[in-house]
Ligand binder design. Structure first.
Ligand code: ADP
Length: 333
């Protein structure tokens, strides 16, 4: 690559995804998204739009091709770093995934709490996010008490909690009238104006026409057009350390921990029991399964892909539990 050429934030290179049963969801698609861009992904139902998100967050693996997020090869991110990686992405899913028993404020705070921030920082950031999505006056309400547009705005605020480099919204205007849809789009446009790369999946041709942004059009798993490329805004990328730089810092500090004082064999022994004890506290059934499968060492678990674990009978909830334990385990170290 030319030295002056900017590293794309997303790079799909001849990516295909065939689901079990032979369903071709994506068929050799290639595209790049620059930092700071605003782009739409459009196409009929079943075209493969959501599959792009699933591959990008490594919820699914591609059958073929390469996916990069900045300089990171997404398909080979180890399990232990998946949650760190996903914090770089703010995703607003179609079903929003708001927690019904929590208020608007608590839904946003929840996303901040899992990153171990201090209370005053959590409160400050929550107020800031509520302000961005015009929900300050509705912070005490529960999701059921909100309109469709307001719910969507809570989900956007929550997706922004970790200051993601990329915000992806899946059908954010799906069930909204024009006024509410316009409000959502103007919030997303403002977020993009502050430097965050934004990608919107939509069916709404009216919105796409009015916004005059880049449009990637999918049909039956093929990228059939990529228009408005010349309109790339590419605002100046904030000088944040790249993800790899942060990972490298973390890896170095992990490596340094206790290496001098503790005999390596003993350290390994300690890790086995620490890890399994942590799992046992969280979920006894999962603990038994791991023992049965001789996955008694955190590194062995981290070497397994989701697919391999699922083949061994681990369910989605087990994988989520495991991810939590692993994350806490590394945070505690
Ligand atoms: P879109 O978001 O454009 O509606 P999707 O990416 O959800 O499309 O789906 C693309 C194709 O892949 C569809 O034919 C869909 O039925 C199929 N598909 C999606 N997820 C799965 C899955 N987990 N297993 C099998 N087929 C799937």
């Amino acid at each position: 690559m030319d030295k002056n050429e900017k590293l794309p934030i997303i790079n799909f290179e001849t990516v295909s995804k065939v689901y079990p049963g032979g369903i071709v969801a994506l068929n050799e698609i290639s595209f790049k998204v620059d930092p700071g861009e605003f782009s739409f992904i459009v196409g009929p139902s079943g075209a493969g739009k959501s599959t792009i998100i699933r591959l990008l967050i490594k919820q699914e693996q591609p059958t073929d091709g390469l996916i990069h997020f900045e300089d990171l090869n997404v398909t080979s991110i180890p399990r232990k770093l998946l949650s760190l990686y996903r914090q770089q992405l703010g995703i607003v899913f179609q079903d929003l995934k708001l927690i019904p028993s929590k208020t608007v404020r608590e839904n946003i705070q929840f996303a901040l709490e899992i990153t171990n921030r201090r209370n005053h920082e959590i409160n400050e950031t929550t107020n800031y996010l509520l302000d961005i999505v015009n929900l300050k006056g509705r912070a005490h309400l529960f999701p059921d008490e909100l309109s469709g547009g307001e719910k969507q705005r809570v989900a956007i605020a929550r997706a922004l909690a970790n200051d993601p480099k990329l915000l992806i919204a899946d059908e954010p205007t799906g069930n909204l009238d024009q006024e509410n849809a316009e409000e959502i789009m103007s919030i997303l446009d403002a977020i993009n104006g502050w430097g965050t790369t934004v990608m919107v999946i939509t069916h709404d041709n009216g919105i796409v026409d009015r916004m005059k942004k880049r449009v990637l059009r999918l049909n039956q798993g093929k990228l059939v057009s990529d228009e408005g490329n010349g309109m790339r805004k590419a605002s100046e990328e904030k000088k944040k350390p790249t993800f790899l730089q942060r990972l490298n810092e973390k890896a170095t500090s992990d490596d340094d921990s206790n290496d001098v004082e503790i005999d390596p064999d003993k350290k390994h022994e300690a890790e086995i029991s620490d890890f399994l004890q942590a799992v046992k506290k969280q979920d006894k059934k999962l603990y038994k399964m791991l023992r049965h499968d001789k996955l008694d060492d955190i590194e062995k678990v981290l070497d397994m892909t989701d697919e391999e674990l699922k083949k061994k009978g681990y369910k989605e909830k087990h994988l989520e539990e495991l991810e939590k334990v692993v994350k806490n385990y590394y945070n505690d170290k």
